[in-house]
Design a protein around this ligand. Structure first.
Ligand SMILES: Cc1cc2nc3c(=O)[nH]c(=O)nc-3n(C[C@H](O)[C@H](O)[C@H](O)COP(=O)(O)O)c2cc1C
Length: 204
């Protein structure tokens, strides 16, 4: 797949996850090692960890946390999402236990301070997360961020998974093979409308 196609057709996959196909550990390791090459603020390099969750009992427990928080979040904020996205988000909550693998990127420390620090903290994880999504896609796997449990169950998940105090769970990625390899670019506003030149609001 050429890079532009990969970049424009890597979607949040929810309905098209193959729930019956296991993800081989070596494929995941390969994708994680690619993702590890993403940019990261120097101060955070040593504190980055991936926690891969495959055990069914642990997935069941996590699924309960994600669903409880996700239902509340969707009830409160669902009207802000396009109906199709909301429906597929709702579907994802229904099938959480059957998702083959969860990947939880974690960073040592708690994000505090001003915008520069917060930006560096979270910005040290999302490039790697996106690289992981791209590497997965290029191997026939799909993923979706589903980090609802962070809102109210981060400490419960930490206890379940033995994550030490002071380590922040930044997101959660649901991973599996996909039932199709054909994906299209997503709906986004025209680039001319959201790009300004030299002055806020100046589109040309
Ligand atoms: C920081 C972040 C958090 C997200 N959280 C969720 C989530 O909790 N549940 C979910 O279904 N999708 C989540 N998503 C995925 C978005 O809903 C998704 O990107 C959006 O629907 C657009 O779809 P696309 O990625 O296929 O273009 C999240 C994405 C980002 C970047």
């Amino acid at each position: 797949m050429d890079p532009d196609t990969l970049l424009t057709t890597t979607r949040s996959v929810r309905r098209k996850l193959d729930l019956d196909r296991q993800v081989e550990p070596e494929v995941l390791t390969e994708c994680l090692s690619i993702a590890q090459q993403a940019p990261i603020a120097g101060a955070f390099v040593d504190g980055f960890r991936w926690l891969v969750i495959r055990d069914q009992h642990l997935k069941n427990q996590l699924a309960g946390m994600i669903r409880a928080a996700g239902e509340r979040s969707q009830a409160e904020y669902g009207h802000l999402a396009p109906p199709r996205t909301l429906a597929s988000g709702r579907y994802l909550l229904d099938i959480l236990e059957r998702i083959p693998v969860y990947v939880l990127p974690c960073l040592s420390g708690r994000p505090t301070g001003g915008n520069a620090l917060l930006s560096a903290f979270y910005g040290s994880v999302y490039p790697a997360l996106w690289s992981l999504q791209l590497a997965l896609r290029s191997r026939g796997l799909g993923s979706s961020i589903v980090g609802y449990h962070l809102a109210e169950h981060e400490s419960d998940a930490a206890e379940l998974l033995g994550i030490p105090d002071g380590v922040t769970q930044v997101s959660l990625l649901a991973v599996g093979y996909t039932t199709t390899t054909t994906f299209s670019p997503g709906a986004r506003p025209p680039i001319q409308e959201i790009t300004y030149y030299d002055h806020w609001g100046k589109t040309g």
